[in-house]
Every structure is written in structure tokens, then in C-alpha cells.
Design a protein around this ligand. Sequence first.
Ligand SMILES: Cc1ncc(COP(=O)(O)O)c(C=O)c1O
Length: 450
Amino acid sequence: MTSRGRTRKTIESKRWLARLQKVESPDVTYVSDTFPIMMKKARGMRITDMDGNSYLDFTACFGVMALGHGNPLLQRAMRAQSAKLVHGMGDVHPTASKVLLLELLARISPYDSAKSVLSLSGGEAMESALKTAMVVTGRHQFASFSGGYHGLHFGPLALSDRNTFTRGFEPWLEGKNHVIPFPLTRSEMSLGCEELDEKFYQNTHALPHWDTVLEKLEDVLRGRKIAAVVMEPLQGRGGERTWPSGFISQVEKLAHQFGTMLIFDEIYTGLGRTGSLFASDHEGVVPDLLVLGKALGGGLPLSACVGECLDAWGKSTGEARHTSTFLGHPLACAVGHAAVSEIIRRLPEFKRELLHVEKSFGKFFEAYAAADLHKRIPIQLRGRGFMRGIWFPTTNPGFAAQVSEQLLELGFITLPSGPRGDVLSFTPPLIARGKDFDLVLKALLQVLAK
Ligand SMILES: Cc1ncc(COP(=O)(O)O)c(C=O)c1O
């Protein structure tokens, strides 16, 4: 049944999926009897598929549609810019829309005089950040944390320790990065997670305590070959994982002690997702480079690497050392400018609604305990703001993916996260209301009770 109470029809979607499978590389779209939907149109929180079924979107399509689908203000910006100029000339003849976006990024960034390099996807912006760190420090290796996800371009791929992504490319990636274990939080330990981690997180090298983690990081940094430590201030695809309080500032201190830069990948967490403009605001740590993407373009492909050290690249002599055909794409910059301005304007409203979202999770956990479900399947709430996850620590790998597929049948689009697919993630548009969460959590209770 969909959330409108009809049985889900799939005939038209299946027809299109069959056509897709004939022409798309088979590694791209996962297709089963019941998955995925074929998206046709969307408005606000609601997505409609090719068969007319309607779903509430708790993914914001990978965190991109922060202002909801079909936002009229962004559509106006899109129409106005496309009537003037769609594509420009990246690093040659610039456009006003690029200047306006760069100025806005400089204003909202945590720096006094920020400069940026623009790109299209998160992975590309990470490449800009990694190259910048090499240019600034003259070093060529990196350190990242287990569970981190920074994109699949060759630069950020080297930071990954998930062999789902690195399989077949290892010789190319070798020696470029050091993976530091993610420190366990106190609440994870309280769930007996040390044991669980050994059993389940072998591939991600998780170690129980942050002292051990910091020692390992110091060992790696001591060689003074590390250009930058790269981290998400809240791990997204790693399972909505927050760092133990105070840990990030310890990382900053250590990195700077050894002349290493700190890069925050805020591609997922940035621009309001966690309830503040940047997730790093919660930590009181300013990175040397800030990387943005996803919500930045308001639905158009746009990303940025922002910092105060971009002058290290030197002045272009006519052949930029790092650029691309679509850099500073006028349409993306115009829509991105409108999106970021609107997110900032509405952030207080989004933050207020988070109180209702918290209440909604509170009610869910009470009902879960009252139904005695926690004895069968222990769960824990993770994340912050509009980036939440329900962690199933003791279930089989892929459990959250199964739950997510059942929620789809009930009319809710969610995604699994975590290295074992053991977290059900909720990253809806920031316009999501407490009552939207009430609906999806009620459906989740129904699924888990089964
Ligand atoms: C934290 C983080 N960094 C980087 C990326 C890669 O971005 P893209 O898929 O746009 O290359 C993602 C994508 O999910 C991400 O969540």
C-alpha cells in the first residue's frame, strides 16, 4: 500500500526498468522484483512514480533537495537564468552568476577572506581539496577515518576503506591514504559495541577508545608526510555517526602540530542539514578547507572547495592547473545562489521544527519499548538535526535495506546506511515537519513489529 492507501502498481515502472537494464552499465542501478521505483515528478516532500504511486521522500534525493522538490523560488531562478545564458566558459570568460555565488560562499564561510574553486559533484570538489592540500603542504598522502565516504573519483576513492568501492583498483590507490579507526562513542560502548565491532566492523578497523585512535593518528602524522586529515563532521553514509564530544578538536590540534591540514567534507552535512549552517559549527572547529556539494546547487550539479589558502595555487597564466569544462556553470550558480540564500533565510524556521521532529522520535521510542520490541531488536537513534539514523546493532548485514524496501511498499522513501547496511537513514528535505516523521515512524513500527 502507498501512503495514500492504494496497493502499489508497478506495471509501467517495470517496463521502464527493463528498458534501463538493456542500456545502462549493470553495476549502476540495483533492480529487484520490488525495487526501485521509477520517479516521474515531485513536489515538496512528495514523489510520484511512473505508475502514479505517491511517496514521502525521507532522503531529499541524497540530501540534495533541501528546500523540497519543485521549490517555486528556485524554479524562477532557473527560468530567469536559462533565458539569459545556460552554459558559460569555466575558467575563461566568467559570468556574473559565478561571481555572485563565490561572493556568497565567501560571506557565509567561517573565514575572513575565503576563495573557492567550483565544480559539479562532491567527488570533484574533494579532488580540488586534496590537490589544494598537496599544493599548500608539498606532501602527497592523506589520513581519513573508517566509515567515511568522500566520493568515488580516484582522489577521494583513495580515502575509502570499503572494498565495495575499491575492489579492482587497489594497486592504483595503494600508499596514498592511511585509514584511522572511528572512535566509539560512550553510548555505542553501552550497547556492548566493543564486542560487536570486533565481530562486524572488521573491515573498518574500528577500535574501541578514542585515546587509541588518537595515538594511531599521531603515529601516522609523525612522519610529516600527510598533507591533510579528511573527515565528515558527522558521517553520513557511514551511518549518521557522530564523533565523541571534543574528539574533532583533538584531531585539529594534532593535525596542526604536525603541519597537516584539516579538511571537512561537509558535502552532506553542510547548508542546514544538521540544524546549523555547517555541522562544524556544533564543534567550534574551523577546518583549513571546507567542501560543499549536494544542497549547494538547489538540485543542479554544483560543488565547492572553500578556504583561505587557495592563493597557494598561484595566478593563472592562461592555462589553469585545475579546472573543467562546466566549472562555474551559470545555471547551477544562479540556482545555487537562490538555494543557499533561501536556506539561510529559513534556517530559524527549520530549526524550530526540529523540536517536533525530536518529539516524534521520542514517541516512536516509547511505543517501541511499550511493544517490547527492543528486547528482540535493540535500536539506537543516531545523528543530528535532519540527518538521523536508526541503528540496528545486532541484526544481520543489510537489515536496514530490507526495512527500507518494506517502507517503500508503504509509501516512504528511505535509504540504508552504515558499513553493514545496519542503519536506517532519514535525511528528508529541511521542510519536513514533525507530522511527516510521525507518519514514517508509525510505518516503521508496523514493519518492525512484523
Ligand atoms: C560526505 C560525502 N562526500 C562526498 C560525496 C560524493 O559526492 P558526489 O556523489 O556528488 O560525488 C558524498 C555523496 O554521498 C558524501 O555523502
